[in-house]
Design a protein around this ligand. Structure first.
Ligand SMILES: [Zn+2]
Length: 356
């Protein structure tokens, strides 16, 4: 299985899930916030399987088990190819509403109360849908689920280049009333550097959008410096490879630049050799503003509870520390100050904090 790292294996994740199917534990119960989750990578496998069947694609993947087996990656590029393949089953507006509803429902079941979720309009040229259609459908889907608030971040997807990014931004600016609050760029950081998107970010900011960029995931510290200096981002997506540059780590600590860290994602795509190799513990101890997220939970066999549970086990995070990490996500969110305070009060009053 090539670079697939064995530390948090599929079997362990499964066993972990099974153990908690009968009785939810503290990690399941506590109220949580997600800032780095791609809706298309979070579609629960049973829902994706329904789309596979809808489009008669059981020749490509024969069973739900085969679908699950497909989500193992040799390396980051293999992951990107699998991501595109999975997107080929999102073709009509109603598929996006179906996906968004399924994801919101799944997150709600885990007591995730607020999420700022990416969606990637440029990935769906095959679907003959405009960014506005996709945004409408996603908003319709998430609004069918009570008890969770979903804000949207449009991923301009750097692999299509800055020209396409600019036109996606234009389209997104037309649908801000659907709860789109920011932009990001995912994809190949090294081949499509942040600097190429500086004008687009400037324009987004002028229109009142908040900004993040994937950096320091597949590429090194230079990509993070690029996001900070050229794009002037509000947050960094991942930031894992900041550890290769002491000056950068000092800057991130000093400026309290929020990091949307996704530990198990980094294990699955071999950005780190295993969870024990992940710099999250060092970053927290160094005083960086770290948040914990799942990235593409359906594709990485993870959940936010699973992330925190693993961090407690492998990196010795105490419950008090995990509570601080969850609070960091409120701090780093893009809610207006008043709503941030309200969310913080809601989380504090949640009965889920009670110890077992
Ligand atoms: Zn991501």
């Amino acid at each position: 299985m090539g670079g697939y790292s064995p530390l948090v294996t599929r079997d362990q994740a499964k066993q972990d899930d099974q153990e908690h199917q009968t009785q939810s534990d503290w990690f399941d119960r506590v109220p949580k916030v997600e800032l780095h989750l791609h809706l298309e990578g979070a579609i629960p496998l049973p829902a994706l399987w329904q789309l596979v069947e809808k489009y008669g694609a059981t020749g490509q993947v024969a069973s739900p088990e085969a679908l699950e087996a497909r989500f193992l990656y040799r390396d980051f590029n293999h992951f990107i190819r699998t991501w595109m393949w999975k997107n080929s089953f999102l073709r009509e507006a109603e598929d996006f509403a179906f996906m968004a509803e399924a994801v919101a429902r799944w997150l709600r079941e885990q007591n995730i109360r607020y999420v700022e979720a990416f969606y990637s309009p440029p990935d769906f040229a095959h679907a003959d849908l405009t960014a506005a259609h996709i945004t409408d459908a996603i908003r319709e889907g998430v609004d069918r689920v009570d008890g969770i608030r979903v804000a949207l971040i449009a991923d301009l997807v750097r692999n299509y280049g800055p020209k396409r990014g600019a036109s996606t931004l234009d389209a997104v600016l037309e649908v801000l009333d659907r709860g789109v609050i920011g932009i990001g760029i995912g994809g190949s950081e090294a081949m499509y550097p942040a600097e190429d998107f500086a004008t687009i970010y400037e324009r987004a900011r002028a229109a009142g959008l908040r900004t993040t960029a994937h950096a320091g995931e597949a590429a090194g510290p230079t990509s993070i410096w690029g996001a900070i200096r050229a794009l002037r981002v509000d947050r960094i997506g991942h930031g894992t490879r900041a550890r290769e540059d002491a000056e950068l780590v000092a800057y991130l600590a000093e400026e309290q630049v929020p990091l949307e860290m996704c530990p198990i994602s980094n294990v699955r795509t071999s950005v780190v050799s295993g969870l024990d190799d992940h710099p999250i513990r060092a970053f927290v101890d160094r005083g960086l503003l770290v948040t914990v997220n799942t990235d593409d939970p359906a594709m990485f066999q993870t959940s936010l509870a699973h992330e925190y549970r693993q961090l407690a086990e492998v990196h010795g995070f105490s419950r008090a520390e995990i509570r601080t990490l969850i609070d960091n996500a409120v701090t780093a969110s893009w809610l207006p100050d008043e709503e941030k305070s309200q969310l913080r009060r809601d989380l504090e009053q949640d009965p889920g904090w009670v110890d077992d």
